[in-house]
Design a binder for this molecule. Structure first.
Ligand SMILES: [Zn+2]
Length: 609
């Protein structure tokens, strides 16, 4: 008998089985669960709220953390009830009964959260002379990095009343400005050409979508309207950004942050030296995106791409991927990588942890979600048989595998991933599945798929790094000059965009205002995490391709959760992520794909001119 290593997976259940939580929306156990959560939470609160010994005695702190951890592992502030109703509202967003169910438990949970937060707030205020002693105490080794994270953030905390004032003032000095400009933009409408060839008045967000249309007239009229809207609102945005930057500068000075991006790195549990080496490595390879855009211009038969045309798709990916076929494809790829990956996926599919198809009222995106670590992971999809949907399965499964591996190795206080590496597992699985897909595609299809893949990589890696450098210079200049005019901001913006796009993309008239709507720069320096996640993933892919046994190290990393900083986790695996060569290996993967794409385009006779 001929036996495949990974037996074919049967797909029977295509919607969530929530029975590990409750039998139905009116399960009488919901009521009991609420009472149980309340009882368990107050057992913890009442045991510790009047004690202070745990702030000075490591043995007492260990006892408190053990109790806190086991409460969090199973109950938290909302137990199964919160998880259940949140999941149900994603399945049906229009049912007011579900909304009410969720709101009720949410209110209950927030109240409990207020009661229980004394615990970690007090730990944050443990005197520095005790902190070192606690961190090196053998009995607290299990919670060392949890404590390190709290202590590290606490160093930048001001006194309680000062924090309160900053908090109360933050809306009027920053976020209200951003909301205002956003509000102005979303009210704008213009007459544009639709995909169907009609002239129609459309709102700002719909116009933005039309700028990547394959029809030149459609995208050009959309871009004209888009630029007009930005130009009209540029003065408000100038005032907004200057206020937002001033507020950020004041906060940083009060807290004693050494550089504008320092608190972002701290919150993401990543050393500034690691981010610096990522940014340096990527920005010396800007020739990669420049070559990509030159190739795209050739394939689209134009001399230069206008600024708004850089995301226009090349070719058509017509092959269909029904759900069952997609699941089997992903399962095979997982089996080749590691049997445990395939087993986790099989569990998700067979135990009703995946909600696969679009339904009326259902959330329109895709996600992978977990809550208390003792409860199942759930994945939501909206499968419509496109290639993109296959990759979405792989992506969300990556998050799911990541969760399951952490569950096996870590305690509840380290259950999670830092922002800087949250997308490693997802993009890792996605890229391996894409490679399998390409193996069975014909040349024309492959070229279209590769161009699309490169477009995604360029946007996630090079564009975000260019944006990061734009932000660095913005904050630097603002702090030197005290005010930045819209012309100065526009000039900086174009300088950094031109740096990675190269000569094949025009910095067209009007594009100097595109920072007006770019929301990233209002939330400071988090864009590096798109690049770090994907490049760590690519660097690991590169190592696995060279030596399949390296997957064991990948699993070690994926099991680590929040138990240490990414730098330390990798360093235990013999990898130094503050070394530029680590990032270069990831970039080599992108360059390899670009080389192959250029070769294929040539082979198909598309590079004649
Ligand atoms: Zn993701």
């Amino acid at each position: 008998m001929d036996r495949d290593k990974t037996p074919a997976l049967r797909v029977q259940q295509t919607s969530w089985d929530l029975s590990p939580l409750f039998a139905s929306d009116s399960d009488p156990r919901i009521e009991e669960e609420r009472k149980l959560v309340k009882r368990k939470s107050y057992a913890f609160i009442n045991a510790w709220k009047d004690r202070t010994d745990y702030l000075e005695d490591p043995v007492a702190l260990r006892e408190a953390l053990d109790q806190y951890e086991s409460w969090k592992r199973r109950y938290g502030t909302d137990g199964d009830e919160g998880y259940y109703f949140w999941l149900r509202t994603q399945q049906d967003q229009n049912d007011p009964k579900l909304k009410a169910g969720f709101n009720k438990v949410d209110e209950f949970s927030k109240k409990l959260e207020n009661e229980v937060q004394f615990f970690y707030l007090r730990i944050a205020r443990i005197k520095p002379e005790f902190q070192q002693q606690f961190l090196s105490h053998a009995g607290l080794a299990k919670y060392r990095h949890y404590l390190e994270r709290i202590f590290a953030e606490a160093r930048y905390h001001l006194s309680e009343p000062e924090e309160k004032i900053l908090n109360l003032k933050s809306a009027t000095s920053s976020s209200n400005w951003t909301k205002m400009v956003n509000g102005f933009l979303s009210q704008e409408e213009r007459l544009v050409l639709t995909e169907e060839g009609e002239r129609k008045k459309l709102p700002f967000s719909a116009i933005a979508g039309l700028m990547s249309s394959k029809k030149k007239r459609v995208r050009d009229t959309a871009a004209t309207a888009f630029n007009e809207i930005l130009a009209k609102n540029v003065e408000a945005a100038e005032a907004e950004l200057n206020s937002v930057f001033a507020n950020k500068k004041i906060d940083d000075e009060l807290r004693g942050a050494a550089r504008p991006d320092a608190l972002r790195h701290l919150a993401d549990d990543i050393e500034s030296s690691v981010v610096d080496s990522l940014i340096a490595s990527v920005s010396t390879r800007f020739a990669i995106p420049a070559r990509y855009y030159a190739l795209k211009a050739k394939l689209l038969n134009v001399k230069k791409l206008a600024y708004h045309e850089r995301n226009v798709e090349y070719g058509e990916i017509s092959k269909r991927y029904p759900y069952g076929k997609s699941v089997r494809l992903v399962h095979t790829v997982m089996g080749k990588l590691d049997p445990e990956f395939a087993a986790i996926f099989a569990g998700f599919v067979q135990n009703g942890q995946i909600d696969a198809y679009p339904k009326k009222g259902k959330d329109s995106g895709a996600f992978c979600i977990y809550h208390q670590m003792t409860r199942p992971t759930y994945i939501l999809l909206n499968h419509t048989n496109k290639l993109h949907d296959v990759l979405t399965i792989a992506h969300e499964l990556g998050h799911g595998i990541n969760n399951e591996l952490i569950k096996k190795k870590q305690h509840a206080l380290d259950f999670g991933t830092p922002t800087s590496t949250a997308e490693v597992a997802s993009t890792f699985m996605e890229d391996f599945v894409l490679e399998e897909v390409m193996r069975s595609a014909d040349d024309e299809q492959r070229l279209a798929i590769m161009m699309q893949k490169l477009n995604d990589d360029v946007s996630s890696i090079f564009r975000q790094v260019a944006c990061y450098r734009f932000e660095q210079e913005l904050h630097g200049d603002f702090r030197k000059k005290g005010y930045l005019s819209k012309e100065e901001i526009g000039k900086l913006f174009q300088k950094h965009m031109a740096a990675y796009m190269g000569k094949a993309v025009e910095q067209s008239a009007g594009s100097e205002h595109w920072w007006v709507y770019w929301s990233h720069i209002r939330y400071f320096f988090y864009v590096y995490s798109y690049a770090s996640g994907l490049l760590i993933s690519k660097s690991l892919q590169n190592s696995v391709k060279q030596d399949p046994a390296f997957i064991l190290q990948v699993k070690e990393f994926l099991s680590a959760g929040l138990s240490d900083s990414p730098k330390n986790i990798f360093s235990r695996l013999g990898i130094d992520i503050s070394d530029r060569r680590f990032w270069d290996r990831g970039l080599d993967e992108v360059e390899k794909l670009l080389n192959e794409t250029e070769k294929l385009a040539k082979k198909l006779g598309k590079m004649k001119k």
